[in-house]
Design a protein. Structure first.
Length: 277
């Protein structure tokens, strides 16, 4: 009896806690949005206003003027190349290490695992020296390839996923005459939706917000990504009106928000499937 009586209260308490913490986390984002459409004088007014007295949509054009359009294009290219190429590599490598027998598979897997324990900051200087010697400074090759090469974690995740895949499915396809390429494309890849969706979500978010490596590997303004352009606004904040700076930050996060809204069903299903695995 006590369980049946207490259950509705526990449910209400859980829902209230979720709503409270959800609003708490959404508050800074809401503050950024409304300040983006205020006048510069209203942004710094005291007491603060929680709704713009007048909406200034011209702030969008002004923010785009501060944000170099090339930075937006560079971020899109940088994120797309890293996500597509790195995802292709980790999926194929993870499957090969899990299901294919070849010489050196064990040492290769050990090498991948060991590189996961190397802090990324340790490799920054050697990687910079390498791309400088290759004349890749201020090129998309130097910007993307060192990040694409960081596949250890992804390979390990997909290898663990494919280890749990029954061998009988693959053996049946090979008995029917399918080679490894046909098995991978026709059977393995369609079953890999959950980890692919989860890994894509994490990779897109990481690449879009990456700051340290683009800062090190680029010197020309035309090669800047959005995080570098936003950092420039912060350094010249006295010359950049606060409402315009807020609008620039909002515009930089908008593509990621749209991306997750459009693909949220795949990401949620992918994360759910990955947790079940």
């Amino acid at each position: 009896m006590s369980t049946s009586v207490g259950h509705p209260w526990r449910r209400r308490l859980h829902v209230s806690a979720v709503i409270f913490f959800g609003l708490l986390m959404a508050a800074p984002f809401y503050w950024m949005i409304i300040n983006s459409f205020k006048s510069s004088r209203e942004v710094v007014a005291y007491p603060p206003t929680w709704w713009p007295k007048e909406w200034h949509f011209e702030n969008i054009e002004a923010a785009l003027g501060f944000l170099d359009p090339s930075a937006i294009v560079n971020s899109v290219i940088f994120t797309a190349v890293i996500t597509i190429v790195q995802l292709t590599l980790v999926v194929m490598t993870g499957f090969a290490l899990a299901k294919m027998r070849f010489f050196g598979r064990g040492p290769l897997l050990t090498l991948f695992i060991l590189t996961m324990f190397v802090p990324g900051q340790v490799a920054l200087i050697p990687t910079f020296i390498l791309i400088r010697n290759l004349n890749w400074i201020d090129t998309f090759m130097g910007l993307c390839i060192p990040i694409i090469a960081q596949t250890s974690f992804g390979v390990f995740i997909f290898r663990q996923f494919y280890i749990s895949m029954p061998n009988e499915i693959l053996d049946a396809a090979k008995i029917d005459g399918a080679n490894w390429g046909q098995v991978f494309l026709s059977i393995v890849l369609p079953l890999s939706g959950p980890p692919i969706a989860a890994y894509t979500a994490v990779t897109v978010l990481t690449a879009w917000n990456m700051y340290a490596w683009p800062l090190i590997s680029t010197t020309e303004k035309d090669m800047r990504t959005l995080p570098l352009a936003l950092a420039g606004l912060g350094q010249s904040f006295s010359q950049t009106p606060p409402n315009i700076a807020m609008m620039a930050v909002l515009l930089s996060t908008l593509p990621i928000i749209i991306f997750f809204i459009v693909c949220q069903r795949y990401f949620i299903n992918g994360l759910g499937g990955a947790i079940k695995e």
